[in-house]
Structures are given as C-alpha cells and as structure tokens.
Design a protein. Structure first.
Length: 98
C-alpha cells in the first residue's frame, strides 16, 4: 500500500510540473506577443497568464509543504493561493472584454 501512495505522489508531482510548464509557456508566448504589438489587450493577457502561473506555483508549493500543518495555517495558505488566480482570471477577462 505504501508503494502505491509513493507512486501516486510522484504522478501528482509530475502533473503539477506539467501544469506549471504549460502556464509558464502561455506566459512567455503572451509576453512575446505583447512585445511585438504593444496593445492594452495583450498586456492584460500577459499579466493574466503571469498571475495564473504564479498561482499554480504557489498552489504546488503549499500542497507539498503543507502536509501535517495546522488546519488554520493550511486554510490561510489556501486563501492566499487563490488570490493570484483571481487576479489572473480578472486580467484575462479584461483582455477579452476590451
């Protein structure tokens, strides 16, 4: 049973690295697009993807480091990790809306 848990944790860590890599890739592509054609929409898209990438990184770190932590501390960190996602998706919304 322990081997299964270790395997699932390795899979989860790998999937988190893939999610972070994809988010970072979108951030780089949107930054390159913004550098070519400096519009407000592309700027908001770049900032949105940057905050989403930050949210993915923070979420992964908190999950890895938060095991065995006090429930209130873990809850606080979960609130903190949600903030970059809210900002990122707001920026993406603004880039599409304007």
């Amino acid at each position: 049973m322990v081997e299964l848990e270790v395997g699932v944790r390795v899979l989860l860590t790998t999937l988190r690295f893939i999610a972070f890599g994809l988010a970072l890739g979108l951030t780089i592509i949107s930054f390159q697009a913004y550098r070519k054609k400096q519009t407000e929409r592309l700027q908001f898209a770049f900032l949105g993807f940057a905050f989403i990438s930050m949210g993915v990184a923070i979420s992964s770190a908190i999950t890895q480091l938060g095991e065995g932590a006090d429930e209130m501390i873990l809850l606080f960190f979960q609130v903190v990790e949600t903030i970059p996602f809210i900002i990122g998706f707001t920026m993406l919304y603004l880039s599409l809306y304007r």
